[in-house]
Design a protein around this ligand. Structure first.
Ligand SMILES: Nc1ncnc2c1ncn2[C@@H]1O[C@H](COP(=O)(O)OP(=O)(O)OP(=O)(O)O)[C@@H](O)[C@H]1O
Ligand SMILES: [Mg+2]
Length: 368
């Protein structure tokens, strides 16, 4: 998710900031620890003892040093002792900090299980269609998730995936975003295998609103901005308006500067979704992947969210995974999945008339 917004840079900066703060804190801590350490006190005393003994012999026996000079020397020594201790502990803390920084940077760069080929092809837009061609996929070999899955998403159309929990819908979205690579078959963008494309450019074409909206402990403004870091304030507000989020945001005491808490826990489910929709709207990608949240929204926010989604998907190539079937009645094509295979497909009307699996799912929901 971080990668789909190519937001690693923003996060790395935030990470650096946090690390610097942490480093300062750690330096402070270890300085205190160092000063209290009996070992260093002991060594200090020994040093002073040796110096005093040496200076004593110089003054009393050899008479090569004046007592005044010694007093000045010992005074200076005590002046230097403390900063020297601080310096050494600071250096050791910085070294420790650098090592952890490198490790975390490695983790940030680690991109699940996909790699770019040696000479990847450039891509700037979708002109024709997305095709899933005989896809086979498993997370682990003993448990095959998708078998011979095929699907075409023509440019500008909305395709919906429905099916029971665990049937592989989110997996398909993850494969399209290339968070994983398929084990069999190909995903083709205008006939080119996505494995052959420049990953960063390809992901630039995609917007994603997922089951768990990924929000960061930061202001609402910055969370939306992640969709397009160079956007102006006007663009951010415009995106929030399209996502039906502007009115609730401006009603918060601090408006767009309101902090949303860890994982957005200071917002309701519907508000969180609308913030992540605003982010996707701001990014304005040609292809939209929407994995609808399972958690039921109340009717009021459902209406707002639905309206926001409808606006977002207008004239856009979209893959929509829906749990509330009311969401997708207007989809151009509905694909019904069961245990990783397609069991039915067609328009809402065709599928209702067919009185098959889709019809059953719709009936079940109407009872709720
Ligand atoms: N990261 C993973 N590692 C291993 N198995 C996984 C992983 N993610 C999903 N699965 C398995 O793959 C299958 C399909 O999961 P997926 O998330 O695609 O289902 P879904 O159709 O989106 O379900 P839901 O409607 O509940 O969102 C499930 O059996 C699940 O246990
Ligand atoms: Mg899912």
């Amino acid at each position: 998710m971080i990668k789909i917004f190519n937001a690693d840079k923003i996060l790395k900066n935030r990470f650096n900031e946090t690390t610097t703060n942490w480093q300062n804190f750690a330096i402070d801590m270890s300085r205190k620890r160092e000063l209290a350490s009996p070992m260093s006190e002991f060594l200090g005393s020994i040093t002073i003892l040796i110096i005093t003994w040496y200076a004593g012999t110089q003054i009393l026996e050899d008479q090569t040093m004046k007592p005044q000079a010694f007093l000045v020397f010992i005074g200076m020594f005590f002046q230097i002792l403390d900063p020297a201790k601080k310096l050494s502990s600071a250096i050791s803390s910085i070294q420790g900090g650098m090592a952890s920084l490198e490790r975390v940077a490695e983790v940030l760069d680690y991109d699940l299980k996909v790699e770019e080929i040696a000479e990847p092809v450039s891509i700037s837009t979708l002109s024709n269609q997305i095709e899933f061609k005989n896809i086979g996929f498993y997370y682990d070999k003993d448990n095959v998730i998708l078998k011979n899955f095929s699907l075409i998403i023509p440019k500008g159309k909305t395709i919906a995936l429905v099916g029971q929990s665990g049937s592989g819908k989110t997996t398909i979205a993850n494969l399209l975003a290339r968070f994983y690579d398929v084990n069999e078959g190909q995903i083709l963008i205008d006939g080119v295998d996505i494995k052959h494309l420049k990953l960063k450019e390809y992901r630039q074409l995609l917007g994603m609103v997922t089951q768990e909206s990924v929000l960061f402990n930061d202001s609402i403004y910055n969370n939306i901005l992640m969709g397009k870091p160079e956007a102006t304030k006007e663009e951010v507000v415009e995106a929030a308006k399209i996502a039906n989020a502007d009115s609730f945001i401006t009603n918060l005491p601090e408006g767009y500067d309101s902090n949303i808490g860890d994982d957005g826990n200071k917002l309701s489910g519907g508000q969180k979704q609308r913030v992540s929709i605003a982010r996707a709207v701001l990014k304005n990608p040609p292809v939209m992947i929407l994995d609808e949240a399972t958690s039921a929204l109340d009717t009021e926010s459902e209406r707002f969210v639905q309206d926001a989604l409808d606006k977002m998907m207008e004239n856009r190539t979209s893959l929509v995974i829906a749990h509330r079937l009311s969401t997708i009645q207007k989809a151009d094509w509905i694909v019904v999945m069961e245990k990783g295979i397609v069991v039915e497909q067609g328009t809402h009307h065709d599928l209702i008339a067919k009185k098959g699996m889709y019809h059953k799912l719709v009936e079940l929901q109407n009872f709720d």
